[in-house]
Design a protein around this ligand. Structure first.
Ligand SMILES: [Fe+2]
Length: 312
């Protein structure tokens, strides 16, 4: 029924700059659609019925089993344009924290992006192993043009990938802050995120510089869950909880995500059977040679999350 995370939604201030970053630098060059117009179905979320945006849905040319997710670039065109990056974001506050790309030879990709292509570094790559299954990975971070967090991971211990030259693949997971880990895991298990890849309760020290000076460093509880298809989810619980950093829908940086289904009517029926509330009726946008069908629903922290019929 559910096909994992279909895409990570990323707010951008300027589409040309965003396409240069996501397309030319990161290899998201497969165009699914490029739509400009009203975005209905966000009235409950945004408290306005005037949302207008350009949405560009892109897949990665090297997309793989560990990088299957797309990116949905969203440029708000109503009001004052793209809302700002929520000011309190360090990592793990309620709301989207990052988008993670699977990258073969993370160190080399990072070097290319930072030293040759001018991307900002947020964490120098390091090698780690995560429990309880002792899965090895290489991990680093860069910033998108508006300082949103983009993680680069090679999951060496999961699947050795196809042999090949250094490359960025597609989206591996999205991370988001939650108020209760067990409630979140139980909720998303119902939506097919059944395989827990790791669990960590240690503060991840390399992230310390991301928190504002003077703010006590929080405790980190992180887990990563993959679905049989699509990209995964990484809920993060901070201790103590911090302010809500969901920000306005469309804010720059990672800000929402979509879970794929083949048939959205059946998907909604299943969510309703599970007692999950929708924020609107199913919406259909004509995006040229196909339709973009979506509906936002309410998860335990009311993240910006939608169901999408992945037929575009
Ligand atoms: Fe992550």
């Amino acid at each position: 029924m559910f096909l994992g995370v279909d895409h990570a939604g990323i707010g951008v201030e300027d589409m040309d700059t965003a396409l240069d970053f996501w397309g030319r630098k990161l290899g998201f060059t497969e165009l699914y659609f490029d739509y400009t117009g009203p975005i209905p179905g966000l009235e409950e979320i945004t408290k306005t019925n005037q949302v207008k945006a350009r949405i560009v849905m892109l897949g990665n040319k090297n997309s793989s089993r560990l990088g299957p997710g797309k990116v949905k670039l969203v440029q708000r065109l109503d009001g004052a344009g793209a809302p700002p990056y929520p000011s309190g974001i360090g990592y793990g506050e309620i709301g989207l924290a990052e988008v993670c790309l699977h990258t073969v030879h993370t160190q080399k990709i990072y070097q290319e992006l930072v030293e040759k292509l001018g991307c900002e570094s947020l964490m120098v790559p390091l090698n780690a192993s995560v429990g309880p299954h002792d899965v090895e990975l290489d991990i680093g971070y860069i910033a998108d043009p508006w300082r949103g967090k983009v993680e680069l991971i090679e999951w060496k211990g999961l699947w050795t990938s196809r042999p090949g030259l250094p490359r960025v693949e597609g989206v591996n997971h999205v991370a988001f802050g939650v108020s209760d880990m067990k409630t979140t895991i139980d909720f998303y298990k119902q939506l097919g995120f059944l395989d827990q890849i790791f669990e960590s309760t240690e503060f991840f020290e390399p992230m310390a510089p991301w928190y504002q000076v003077g703010r006590p460093l929080p405790g980190h509880h992180m887990t990563l869950h993959l679905s049989a298809q699509g990209a995964g989810i990484e809920p993060v619980r901070l201790t103590p909880l911090y302010e809500d950093c969901r920000g306005e829908w469309g804010h720059v940086g990672p800000m929402d995500f979509g879970i794929g289904v083949q048939n959205i009517k059946k998907g909604v029926a299943e969510l309703e059977r599970l007692g999950i509330e929708m924020h609107s009726e199913i919406q259909t946008l004509n995006v040229g040679n196909s339709e973009y069908k979506y509906v936002y629903f309410r998860d335990p922290d009311d993240q910006y999350v939608c169901l999408v019929e992945s037929s575009y």
